[in-house]
Each structure stands twice: as structure tokens, then as C-alpha cells.
Design a protein around this ligand. Structure first.
Ligand SMILES: *Cc1c(COP(=O)(O)O)cnc(C)c1O
Length: 480
């Protein structure tokens, strides 16, 4: 294991040496009031420049990233981030502007945001878009605030939001944070919303149904039109979690499926880097009747200039400083322009093809609970391997020794020992075949010598940790 930078420190070493200033030295006590002065020395590591450089460069090589390894992290859409996105985001005209400098000096930036709104309208089919929310989860939160305000404006008291048992955890969390009670609807034997069960839950207390389509099992909700019909009969709004938009671009859209509100994860579908809590963007789109509930500002165009529109009658207000994560907008917009309409459709087709290829090969070695054509991802179960002595966590850890980022595990909750695999469209057949080989090897190893697999990972800086202990008694400070 690499020493921490503190361990490598040797007193007196310096990275930068300054020449004498030629100004007489003064004591800090003469300049700064006593109570602001530090009482003991700062504990800073002391190293040469080259040592610091090697330390951080080596650390960066320990990262698992899309740029270094295959990263089939289901639901997260870890696709290739084209470097042209970064290049455009680095243009001086974008990096040297300030949010306070005024519309007349920011027309280019405003035009980009306007055009991005327009593109997202076309891709989702929705009538109006606000770029404000900073992530998918915040898009959901903004969407739920819109639902709440909409019914308040109508003078209706609706307290419930219906969410499928396969949903991403942020869905119930967002609705709950807006004060709604969560009602769970079960999935049927095909892994889709059980419409009979749903029917029994529908009444005038229900404000919204939140759905992901394709859902978190990677399956298209075949009865979506019936569901939206049922919702409309009760005046219920339909919310679309757009995290899985990568599967349907240019083929269908949430509007055609009957949805009223949509969030889009620019950092997933539109190839901007994410992970490790990095910046994201979760714009929301709505249909016409909800357009003036959007968070402000939205960007409008009067035929001559672009401007921030704060004048939406029923707006839920702001959910983010200024107008959202501008750097992410540039990357996503660059990607959209580069791909074009046909290119985006091809993205979805290839993502679906890649996922089905993997699924068909891997089902020979792992249990596939829902054996159907999938969309851009699919969910295996590690039940067979668990019975042989290694659970899904063990499979994930073993994959790290093969230099692959593990898939999403233990989600969705309705599949035992779940392994949720999303290859994305940007991987080649050779990479997919290599992953298939690795997964086959692991299945064989578990069958023959499960105890060997249990030690994994052995190639990483930290091996197996006691996750319960780490969660209950975290040691966050390195003991110097
Ligand atoms: C990623 C994801 C979210 C949350 O999006 P963030 O941008 O991470 O906040 C919500 N739902 C689904 C299905 C997701 O995959």
C-alpha cells in the first residue's frame, strides 16, 4: 500500500524555494491580532516537488475510471466521454464569463442554454424545459414540487405518490422530501408494473405516479399507455425518471408514453463525466399545462436577444444558484450536436444491442430472473453462486482483480443477489467478449474453488474490508 503523503514527509524538505525578498522581516504578532494567530504549527507534509508529483500521479493511477477500464455500472450509464466535450468546455468564451455579468454580455452562453433546452424538448417530446436542477435526484425533487404546487393551484388535496417496487431509491426520497406519502406498487412476474395492483391504488388522493421506462430491470414497460390512461382518469400526473433515456432516444419519448414531467440526467445520457459525486445536471421537462410551474430562470428568445425569464406565473422558484451547472450544459450540447438526431438514435440502438448480447451469453452461467429481450441493461442474480459459497459481493470484488469495474449490485431490490449490468453503446465487441470470458472464469472458479474467490480483491490497495464495521465506526482520519 502506498504511504500517505504525511508518512513520506521529512522535516525541512521544500518543494519551492523563494529568493530573499529584500524587505525587512516582521513578526506576525505585529500585523495580526493575537486571537487570530495559530497557537501551534500547521501539520503540513514536507516534500520535494518531484515527490509530490509522483505521489499524486501514482494515486491517480489507482482510480477505476471509464478512461481506464470497462465500467458496466448498471443505471449509471458510464459511457465514453468524448474529449471534444472537454475541449469546447475549455473555450475562453465559456471559462472567462461570470454569471453576474449581465445578459447583453452573455448572449453566446444564453444561446447555448436556449438551444440545449430546445434539443431536450425535441428528444423528450416535452413542451418546456428548465436546466436548473443540478442532478437527477434534484430534478425529481423539482418535479415533485411542481406536482405539489399544481394541485395546490387547483385547490385539490392530494397526499400520495405511487412508486414501483423496482424504483431507484431517489424516487421515494424526493417525493417524501416534498411531503408526500409513498405508496408502493408491486411488479408482476414479467418484472413490470402490475396494472391490476395499480388499479386498486388509484384514487383522488394520488398526486403522481413516478416511473422509469425502461425500468431498473432494463425492461420496457409494455403497458405504459394503459397506465397513463388509468392515471389520467383520476387526474394523476405521471412522472418520468429519465435516467434510462439512453435506451430510447429517437425511438420513442416520454411524451408519446403519456408522461407530464421528465428529468434528464445529462451526465448519463449525454456523456458528461460523472461519478465520485462530481457535477451533474438534471434538467426537467414538462408538458404545456405545467410550463409556468418550472423553476426559474428559463432561457427565452425574443427574436433579437436571449434573456433569463423569471416571469413564470406559478413557478416553484429557484432550486439552484443562477441557472444550473453551465459547464455540464456545454459538454452535453457539444455531444448532442456531434451525434445529431440519427446519431442519438444509433446510440440507443447500439446500447440495447450490446446489453442483449451480454445477457444472452451470460445467462449460460448466471441466473437470469427475467429472461426477455432487454433494453440498455439487464439484471442477473448471483443465487447459483451464492449456493456454491460466494455471494454477489464476492463476484463484484473478484471482477476488480480482473481489472473490470463491478456492475451495480444488490439493486434493484426485487432481485436476490442482483448484478445490474449496463455495457453502454461505446464498448467494442472485443471488450464485451473479454468481459464474458471473465464472468465465465469467475463462475467456474466459484464452482470449483469458492474459497479462492473469497479473498478478492488481492490486486487493489485495500483488500476486503469489514463493511459493517466501516459503516458503523468509520476511521476518517489517517492516524499519523
Ligand atoms: C442515477 C439515477 C437517478 C439519480 O440521478 P442522479 O443524477 O445520480 O441524482 C435516479 N433514477 C435512476 C433510475 C438513476 O439511474
Amino acid at each position: 500500500m502506498q504511504n500517505t503523503i504525511f508518512k513520506n514527509s521529512i522535516k525541512g524538505k521544500r518543494g519551492v524555494k523563494f529568493p530573499d525578498s529584500g524587505v525587512a522581516e516582521k513578526s506576525l504578532n505585529d500585523i495580526i491580532p493575537e486571537n487570530y494567530l495559530r497557537k501551534s504549527d500547521l501539520n503540513l507534509p514536507e516534500l520535494t516537488q518531484l515527490e509530490v508529483e509522483r505521489y499524486f500521479t501514482n494515486l491517480s493511477h489507482k482510480n477505476f475510471s471509464v478512461d481506464t477500464v470497462f465500467y458496466p455500472l448498471g443505471s449509471c450509464t458510464m459511457k465514453h466521454n468524448p474529449k471534444i466535450n472537454e475541449k469546447v468546455a475549455g473555450f475562453e468564451g465559456f471559462t472567462e464569463i461570470h454569471p453576474q455579468q449581465g445578459e447583453e454580455y452573455s448572449q453566446g452562453a444564453l444561446e447555448l442554454m436556449y438551444e440545449l433546452q430546445e434539443s431536450l424538448k425535441e428528444i423528450t417530446g416535452m413542451d418546456a424545459v428548465s436546466l436548473q436542477p443540478a442532478a437527477g435526484a434534484q430534478g425529481e425533487f423539482a418535479g415533485m414540487l411542481i406536482v405539489k404546487k399544481y394541485f395546490e393551484t387547483l385547490g385539490q388535496k392530494r397526499t400520495k405518490v405511487i412508486i414501483p417496487d423496482s424504483a431507484h431509491g431517489t424516487n421515494p426520497a424526493s417525493a417524501k422530501m416534498c411531503g408526500f406519502d409513498i405508496v408502493e406498487v408491486k411488479s408482476n412476474s414479467k418484472g413490470q408494473v402490475d396494472t391490476e395492483a395499480l388499479k386498486c391504488l388509484l384514487n383522488n388522493d394520488v398526486a403522481a405516479i413516478m416511473m422509469t421506462n425502461p425500468n431498473t430491470l432494463g425492461l420496457f414497460e409494455e403497458e405504459i399507455l394503459k397506465i397513463s390512461e388509468m392515471a389520467k382518469e383520476h387526474g394523476i400526473l405521471l412522472y418520468y425518471d429519465g435516467a434510462n433515456l439512453n435506451a430510447i432516444m429517437g425511438i420513442t419519448n416520454p411524451k408519446l408514453m403519456g408522461f407530464d414531467i421528465v428529468h434528464i440526467n445529462l451526465h448519463k445520457t449525454f456523456s458528461t463525466p460523472h461519478g465520485g459525486g462530481g457535477p451533474g445536471a438534471g434538467p426537467i421537462g414538462v408538458n404545456e399545462k405545467l410550463a409556468d410551474y418550472l423553476p426559474v430562470p428559463v432561457i427565452d428568445y425574443d427574436g433579437e436577444k436571449y434573456y433569463f425569464n423569471y416571469e413564470l406565473k406559478n413557478s416553484i422558484g429557484k432550486v439552484k444558484a443562477y441557472y444550473g451547472n453551465f459547464g455540464i450544459f456545454i459538454r452535453a450540447y457539444t455531444y448532442i450536436l456531434m451525434m445529431g438526431g440519427k446519431g442519438l438514435r444509433k446510440v440507443s440502438e447500439d446500447a440495447v444491442l450490446n446489453a442483449n448480447y451480454l445477457k444472452e451469453k451470460l445467462k449460460n452461467h448466471y441466473k437470469l430472473p427475467f429472461d426477455q429481450i432487454c433494453m440498455h441493461e439487464f439484471v442477473l442474480s448471483g443465487d447459483i453462486q451464492k449456493a456454491q459459497g460466494v455471494n454477489t459481493l464476492g463476484i463484484a470484488k473478484k471482477l476488480m482483480d480482473y481489472g473490470v469495474h463491478p456492475p451495480t449490485i444488490y439493486f434493484p431490490l426485487i432481485v436476490h443477489e442482483a448484478l445490474m449490468i449496463e455495457p453502454t453503446e461505446t464498448e467494442t465487441k472485443e471488450i464485451l467478449d473479454n468481459f464474458i470470458n471473465i464472468m465465465e472464469n469467475i463462475a467456474t472458479e466459484i464452482k470449483e474453488k469458492p474459497e479462492q474467490v473469497l479473498n478478492s480483491p488481492v490486486s487493489t490497495p485495500v483488500s476486503r474490508i469489514d463493511e459493517t464495521l466501516a459503516a458503523r465506526k468509520p476511521v476518517l482520519k489517517y492516524n499519523l
